[in-house]
Every structure is written in C-alpha cells, then in structure tokens.
Design a protein around this ligand. Structure first.
Ligand code: ADP
Ligand code: ZN
Length: 302
C-alpha cells in the first residue's frame, strides 16, 4: 500500500500526517499557524523525516483555509489568495512543497478535503452528491456533485449566503468584514461569542443562543438543498460539537421547506440527512490524505 502525506492547513494550526487512511495514520504532527515560511518549512521537514523512517510517499495533499486557487490551469494555482489573515495573502503553498518533495501534490479547500475524506471513509460513502460544511472560526462548505468535487469559477463560499435577519429578534450586526450579517457573520463561533459576550463552548444548552444559531444554520442550508439537491449534509467544526444543535437544525430545515421536497430522506429520515462527520475532528487531516490519493491518481474522483 502506497503511503501518502496530508497537510491540513488551518487558520490557527497546521496538522501534517502520513498514512493510507483512518486505520493507518503512521505519524502526525501539529504546530501553530505562524508565518507561511515557517509552516512550509516545518511541513517539508516532517515529510522528509517520514520518508526516511517509513519509505517513499506517493503524493501529498494540502487541504487549506482560503480563499485559494485550486485551478491547475491558473498562474496562481496552489496559492492562498486574498485572505485577511496577516502575512498569508498571496502565499504559494503547493509550489514549495511540490518542489522540495518531488511528488504529486493535490491542493484544495479544507472543506472540499473534508468532503473527500467523508466520501472515502465516512458519512458520505456510497453517495454522489452531498455537502460538507464547517461551523467554526468561519463558515465554509465543500460539495461533491455527481461524483466530482465542485470548484467552478473558484470554489464555493457557502458561508456567505444571507439568512433572513430580524433585527428586532437579533439586533447584533454580524462579524463578517465583507457583509456584516451573512451566515458567517451571524452564526460562526466568533459571532456567537461577540453577540452573547461569552465563548460558544461556555453557553449552556438551554441558552437562547442555540435556537437562534439553529435557525440561522437551517437558513444557510436551504440554498444548498434547493440548488444542489444533496443526498446528505454533513456539519462539522467546533460549534457543531454542541450535539443538541442537530435536532434543532433538522427541525428548522423541515419547517422552512414546508414539505416541498418530497423525499423520504427529508420527510422521514432527517436524522440521517443532516449529520456530524463520521471522521470527527480527524476529517481535516484525513481529507488531506484523500486529496493526496486523488492527486496521485489513486482515487476515482475529483
Ligand atoms: P477552526 O475553525 O479555527 O478550524 P474550530 O472548528 O474548532 O476551528 O472552530 C473554532 C470556533 O468554534 C471557536 O469560535 C470556538 O468558540 C467554537 N467552538 C469550539 N469548540 C466548541 C464547542 N465545544 N462548543 C461550541 N463552540 C465551540
Ligand atoms: Zn460574509
């Protein structure tokens, strides 16, 4: 079995691992997201050491925060592009890794990576059309449609749809630097913290924060449901550690759809329609390994 390397490039931490899948992650390191130069150097050093101890790597996958350029035909392919994260705008991430290690390098969004990981080994096995969304520091989504990850013009930005915002019920103006009260502006972890002046993880289950959160998330899923017709929606990220959100989100989704989508998946089996990632908090790094396998031509999709 060929060994692959994965880099989960997050806004707060990097995770690098080598392995073949969830049952076989040989080694893993994590380090804080400091400067691009330091993170790239640490990642390359890790894979060089892994080659020495475990043998050759057949490919590397990078699943990164964005916005980024995943189009191999573009001059800025492999770059993180316009991120507001200090020091990281217009950073070539895939280029230096590929040059240093001389193996095929796959490059995609963190959420497309997680979607691919869930497709190979998790909650989306056997499906051809589904959505993976993360609700964390930001809100983002990846999608597979008819067996291919969606890139399109650049890549989807599912976190910036506009849920209805009733300012009488919720006067909070939102935290998105671009849009204020888009989904990410109203429902990301930092939005919850700013609105309620308490970290999301500290708010008790019966706090009014959670019904409001569930309503916004449901409104954020509706466009995906109507437009992509996903067979399943996977919700990951720190905020979704609040497992009581799942039944609430499902209920709001059902309410908003008003019975219009006539599928048993939605009418009867909503518990299996909107679900947590089966790979849990390993979805990111395993997704990166899945991206590596796809880049090396060992996975039938992309
Ligand atoms: P990131 O988005 O940076 O990759 P996370 O998905 O963990 O990382 O998201 C971090 C955000 O999620 C923070 O705003 C944090 O307050 C929130 N969060 C983390 N854990 C929980 C939890 N158990 N319950 C609610 N919110 C959480
Ligand atoms: Zn926005």
């Amino acid at each position: 079995m060929s060994l692959y390397g994965g880099i989960e490039a997050g806004g707060t931490k990097f995770v690098c691992a080598v392995g073949t899948g969830p049952e076989d992650v040989r080694e893993e390191i994590r380090f804080p997201t400091t400067s691009p130069e330091a993170c790239i150097r640490q990642s390359i050093a890790f894979f060089e050491a892994m080659r020495t101890s475990h043998g050759p790597l057949a490919g590397i996958g990078i699943a990164s925060f964005g916005p980024l350029d995943p189009n191999p035909a573009s001059p800025s392919y492999g770059y993180i592009t316009t991120t507001p994260k200090p020091g990281w705008a217009h950073t070539d991430l895939a280029g230096p890794v590929s040059r240093a290690l001389g193996v095929p390098v796959g490059f995609d969004t963190d959420v497309n990576g997680a979607a691919l990981g869930e497709f190979r080994w998790g909650a989306a096995q056997g499906l051809h059309t589904f959505v993976y969304m993360t609700i964390g520091t930001g809100i983002g989504g990846g999608a597979m449609v008819n067996g291919r990850l969606v890139h399109g013009l650049i890549h989807p930005e599912m976190g910036h749809v506009l849920p209805p915002h009733d300012r009488n019920e919720d006067p909070f103006e939102g935290v998105c630097p671009y849009h204020g009260d888009c989904l990410e502006g109203l429902a990301s972890g930092p939005a919850i913290e700013r609105r309620w002046k308490e970290k999301a993880e500290q708010l008790p289950e019966d706090h009014p924060a959670w019904n409001l959160e569930a309503k916004y998330l449901a409104h954020g899923l509706i466009p995906q449901i109507y437009i992509l017709s996903p067979q399943r929606i996977i919700l990951g990220g720190g905020v979704m550690e609040q497992r009581h959100l799942f039944p609430r989100v499902r209920q709001y989704v059902r309410q908003i759809l008003k019975g219009y989508i006539q599928s048993p998946a939605i009418l009867e089996e909503m518990d299996r329609y909107i679900v947590p990632p089966a790979l849990g908090n390993r979805a990111g790094v395993l997704g990166a390994i899945a991206v590596a396998q796809w880049a090396a031509g060992k996975a039938p999709i992309g």
